[in-house]
Design a protein around this ligand. Structure first.
Ligand code: ADP
Ligand code: SF4
Length: 689
């Protein structure tokens, strides 16, 4: 069977109420840090998915009223008719590429803090706002509920007027009022909206009915529902009330969009859930209860898994947020049988991180994500070469590989030199750590592309010196030599008082452990002043290897940055389960062969912990020796990229490599002209729309 016919079931149209999806690929709503603040950027990003073959492209949670104000986060907004033009940018752009546009209407209840609107916060019962913020929501009375229903209905009409084809009622992620009403711990009401499940579902039922009534002749009504909270008997379970809700509402929506909550469960990282399709165990029952089409998610990137989900009758539509971010052209590549060209999501949640800090979306695998409008970047297209030049890329980590791949796509003759035995740089090293195997996809995707090109040569075991580079005679050199972890304990919290490290101490860095060095027997102390995932993952590895591990950090949580990737709670739990001793709020002050001396961040009181070796995870030193040596050597291009230019996330290294390749031989005046396009509020009409 040809690949195209093997996957043909994925390209059958699906009727969703009054509208028809051209195939089974459905980009479910996902946040992106653009929203009402950067609507042109969001429209262009969504349109790219439509161009890439998705049949339905959704926006993100769209606040229906000032009482659901998610500021300072940049979600979508439809408080009144003045918000329509910004949303219409997206529907027109998506329609232009042949896809349906869906909108996720939301009232966030006590998940909103209303910091911009300063409106009262609403909830089924009196309770705190969900964030650690000194504010409480008030129990909605009957008139509040009537108001909410009216706001939702009016927002649905505005959504239709903005051009949306599918309109969501949203009860998921532990973030929305309809779900809050369903959950007994959030709903202590004694009226017809509280008590038995029938009553707790009443609000949802009304919202679905009223949305149908308002716009159902032209728009489909989707219901997004988290069937299971993954809390066992402490929460909503697919086998019990989750199923009962689906049975009660089975034929009411035109489409069931089902998942698990909360967001950390729905968007599980590969570190904690490596399996694609991992939500099927929870959501598979839905199709047996309803005759309406069902869309589900679970980091689905394998077309074979997709086909099997359709054939087994578990889903009608293949839902994706992250796989569509990593590869907006996933459907097109499957349709054309270009399976090995799929840029697979690695499940790192750097996309989530950006939204969580209110910054525009980015992606480790797809450096063009979020740059469609402001830089005009296309994930599959890049300008052809400007001249007959050759390029040398030194270092085959994420930056070097991305730079080389894009230069090769532009048509340049590219030589890659890598010092070690195999390409991959930091992703090769890090992917050997527990749970990080998927990191290697960053290198694999690029190597697969590079190896099929006639204009690329890759050399390993080739540590280049200045003389080697000059001897090669290639005038354009991109230096992507990366960085190495420092061993002196200097980091953001020890800059003023560098730790005193005795000469006979066994100090290891993350590089040492990743390259196979084993700490001596006895306790290993890990000092983390980096706060991303590395120190936590090293603690996990060393504990699994049988070491007694003490984890010290100046932060109040282990791997605190990973709160933003939705996995901090899992990391800390895993370390505790493995017997790792955790000491927070302490900085490193001294170290010798027998003990580590640490100081309380608040009182500066000193404490000593016994250890035979220490792993210091603080900062990285840039590898710039080659770059420095190549100065004034007559090269046409000498550019430092990736971690060698500024150690950061893998996503940043890939981005830097991509940028360098795009800008190569581009007129300097164009590069200098502006960093990127910005969405600046025009005050020409007095600033009031
Ligand atoms: P980045 O994240 O910026 O891509 P990495 O540290 O992942 O950086 O990769 C840098 C790569 O460069 C490493 O694989 C390293 O072995 C290689 N490298 C460093 N110096 C040289 C050199 N002089 N010649 C060839 N390769 C080098
Ligand atoms: Fe996947 Fe990571 Fe890209 Fe998000 S940032 S889409 S998790 S590869």
């Amino acid at each position: 069977m040809s690949e195209a016919s093997r996957y043909s079931v994925l390209f059958e149209p699906v009727q969703i109420g009054p509208v028809t999806a051209r195939n089974r690929f459905f980009q479910v709503p996902h946040c992106n840090g653009m929203g009402h603040v950067r609507p042109q950027a969001e429209a262009a990003m969504r349109a790219m998915k439509a161009e890439g073959g998705w049949a339905v492209v959704s926006n993100q949670e769209t606040e229906i009223h000032p009482t659901s104000d998610l500021s300072p986060f940049a979600e979508n907004r439809l408080w009144d008719a003045r918000d329509i033009p910004a949303l219409r940018l997206m529907t027109e752009a998506v329609h232009d590429k042949g896809a349906l546009a869906a909108i996720e209407l939301v009232h966030n209840g006590n998940h909103a803090q209303n910091l911009f609107s300063r409106a009262p916060v609403l909830a089924p019962s009196d309770m705190s706002v969900s964030a650690a913020f000194p504010k409480q929501a008030r129990a909605m009375d009957k008139s509040d509920i009537r108001d909410l229903r009216r706001w939702h209905r009016e927002a649905a009409i505005r959504a239709r007027d903005a051009g949306f084809d599918i309109i969501y009622v949203y009860a998921g992620h532990d973030m929305t009022l309809p779900q809050h009403f369903m959950l007994p711990h959030m709903n202590q009401r004694s009226d017809e909206y509280g008590g038995c499940l029938e009553n707790r579902v009443r609000l949802t039922r009304e919202l679905i009915e009223e949305t149908h009534d308002a716009v159902g002749d032209t728009c489909a009504v989707a219901f997004r529902f988290a069937v299971d909270e993954m809390l066992g008997s402490d929460g909503m379970q697919a086998a019990e009330e989750g199923r009962a809700v689906v049975e009660m509402l089975a034929e009411m929506p035109d489409l069931w969009d089902v998942n698990v909550s909360n967001w950390a469960n729905d968007s599980m990282t590969t570190r904690f859930q490596p399996q694609d399709g991992y939500q099927n165990d929870y959501t598979a029952f839905v199709k047996s209860v309803t005759s309406k089409p069902v869309v589900g998610v679970g980091r689905l990137t394998s077309p074979d898994t997709m086909v099997s989900l359709i054939r087994k009758g578990q889903l009608d539509l293949i839902g994706a947020a992250r796989p569509s971010i990593a590869d907006p052209f996933l459907p097109e590549k499957i349709r054309e049988g270009r399976i090995d060209e799929i840029r697979e999501c690695i499940g790192c949640n750097i996309c989530v991180m950006a939204d969580s800090v209110g910054a525009p979306i980015r992606c480790t695998q797809n450096p063009t994500m979020g740059e469609e409008w402001r830089r005009g970047w296309h994930p599959e297209r890049i300008a052809p070469k400007a001249a007959q030049s050759d390029a040398l890329v030194v270092g085959a980590g994420p930056a070097g590989l991305e730079c080389a791949m894009q230069l090769a796509r532009r048509g340049y003759q590219v030589t890659i030199a890598e010092a070690s035995d195999a390409p991959g740089g930091r992703v090769l090293r890090e992917s050997g750590l527990p749970g990080l195997g998927a990191w290697m996809r960053v290198a694999d995707y690029r190597l697969n592309d590079l190896r099929q090109r006639g204009n690329v040569q890759i050399f390993t075991q080739s540590a280049l010196s200045k003389e080697d580079v000059l001897e090669l005679g290639i005038p354009n050199v991109f230096v992507a030599t990366g960085s190495r972890w420092r061993a002196d304990g200097i980091g953001r919290n020890t800059l003023r008082n560098p730790p005193k490290i005795a000469g006979n101490t066994t100090v290891l860095t993350p590089d040492d452990i990743m390259m196979g060095t084993h700490p001596s027997d006895g306790t290993v102390a890990i000092y983390d002043d980096d706060h991303a995932y590395i120190a936590g993952v090293l603690a996990e590895k060393l504990a699994l290897d049988g070491h007694h591990v003490i984890f010290v950090t100046p932060e109040s949580l282990v791997s605190s940055f990973t709160v933003l990737t939705l996995e901090q709670h899992r990391i800390q739990a895993r370390l505790l389960e493995l017997g790792v001793e955790i000491i927070c709020n302490h900085t490193l002050s001294a170290l010798n062969a027998e003990k580590m001396q640490i100081a309380c961040c608040f009182t500066e009181n000193i404490r000593e912990i016994g250890c035979r070796s220490a792993v210091l995870v603080t900062e990285r030193l840039r590898e710039t020796a080659l770059y420095d040596a190549l100065q004034d050597q007559g090269l046409t291009t000498r550019e430092l990229i990736g971690d060698a230019a500024g150690p950061a996330l893998i996503a940043d290294a890939v981005y830097a490599g991509h940028m360098a390749a795009r800008n190569f031989e581009r007129a300097q005046a164009d590069i200098n002209q502006d960093w990127f396009r910005r969405e600046i509020i025009s005050l020409a009409e007095g600033g009031t729309p």
